[in-house]
Structure formats: C-alpha cells, structure tokens
Design a protein around this ligand. Sequence first.
Ligand code: NAP
Length: 249
Amino acid sequence: MGVLTGRTALVTGASRGIGRGIAERLARDGARVAVHYGRSEAAAKETVAAIEKEGGSAFALGVELGVPGDAEALWEEFDRHADGLDILVNNAGIGGTRPIEQLAEREFDAVFAVNVKAPFFILKHGMPRLRDGGRVVNISSGLARTAVMPDNMAYAMTKGALDILSRDLSKVLGPRGITVNSVAPGIIDTDNTAPLLSSPGGRRQAEAISALSGVGEPAEVADVVAFLVSDAGRWVTGSWVDVTGGSLT
Ligand code: NAP
C-alpha cells in the first residue's frame, strides 16, 4: 500500500524527462497513472512498461497539445480508460525560444499554445472530472522569476502566465478541497536541456547557477510533486515551489 493507493493521476508529457520521473514516482506511491505523450509513443509505452515492471499501474494516452480542440481530445481519450481522477500534473511543455529580435510570431504563438493555452483548457474541461480533495500541479520554471536567460523570454513569459493560473485557480477549487500549486524546476537534465548541457562548458556553466553547484535530475522534481499531491501536502495551495537547487538566490 502506497500513500496514493486508490488514486488516479494524469501526467501530461510523461513519455520523457521530468514528466516520466513524476509518473514513475506517483505510480511507486500507489497511484494509477495516465502517461500522456505527444509524439513519443514508444517512449510512453516504455514508461508504462517500467511502471508495470515495478508492480505499478499505468496506461498511455497520446494526444497532441497546442492545437485546437486538444483538451477535449485528451479528456475523451482519458475517459476511455478511467472514471474521474484525483491528481492532474500539467507538465508537457516546450522551451528553447529565441532572443526577441529573432523570434517569429508563429513561434511565440506555438510556445503559448502548448505551455499556457493547453493547461488552461485541460483544467477547464478537467475540473468536473477531478474529485473533491484532489490535486493540481503545474510545472513552471525558475525562469519565471529571474532574468538570467533573457533569450528565453517568451518561454519565461509562458511560465509566468501558468503561475497566475495556479494562484487564481486555487481560489476557484479551494472550496472543493482541491489544491493547486506551481512547481518550478531549475536546470534539470532532460532532452530539453541537452543542447545546453552538451555544449562546450555548458554543464559547468549550468552547475554554477545553482547554490548546490549541480544540475537537477527529474527525480528531484518528482519528489516535491509527490509531497504536494499526498495527504501531507493538504494545506499547501496557490503556492510557487522553488525546486531550482537555489538558482534564484
Ligand atoms: P522534455 O524532456 O522535452 O519532455 C517534454 C514532454 O512534453 C514530452 O513528454 C513531450 O511528449 C511532451 N510534449 C511537448 N510538447 C508537446 C505537445 N505539443 N503535445 C503533447 N506533448 C508534448 O521536457 P522536460 O525538460 O522534461 O520538461 C518538462 C516540463 O518541465 C516542461 O513544462 C518544461 O518547461 C519544464 N521545465 C523544464 C526544465 C528543465 O531544465 N528541463 C526546467 C524548468 C522547467 P512527446 O515527446 O511524446 O511529444
């Protein structure tokens, strides 16, 4: 019996990286996990297989986000596998925007469509499915609170918007005992940061940003999410939780 036994969780973007780490951790804690993916079907199936190998329960759910009707399509697919849910983690996101001088309008629209519009409408259509006492976690970024990488301005702006969604929605869902929080990682070793970390001197530069002189792993974020969605996290809502290893100090 884990602390999440009997609960159902949906983690978007769980085929790889931080989302996969969160899905595996919540499953280890006993939740049945919907492993959402966009394009990486094989990786999502691998995540499900890894969870099942450890004795957990999971299923894969493929829906492209950032396109019209994405949220409805996601819930329609989800409903085929489960009857309501207790935990929603909006993790899917894209980064790597470019300096303002170079950023095209369509690139700006694309990053907002995936990182802001999709979680907003996933929540809008997901709220009726979320059981009272449930949990919502939105994966933000330390970049929402520092100008250390201004070339990523449009990306950072999306995370600022997501943080407002967390804060305001905590008031909307609070009467139902549902908590809503943002979790903000610093630099975590995933496909997303591979170009930075594999560039000459990139890893050293990244390590120097954090007070702990390191680059985080998905498990570091997953552990904090696991706390927030457990009973122990019941009195934390509308919060912005810094998981940057002290990169903002
Ligand atoms: P990642 O390794 O690139 O994985 C991204 C995940 O999101 C994948 O599962 C991907 O699914 C899914 N995804 C992306 N675009 C999608 C779309 N249009 N439709 C459906 N699914 C989509 O990223 P990550 O580094 O783990 O980042 C996860 C979250 O943490 C993001 O919100 C990111 O902004 C945030 N974050 C990351 C870092 C970091 O240093 N890595 C730091 C701060 C915040 P498919 O591959 O199946 O398409």
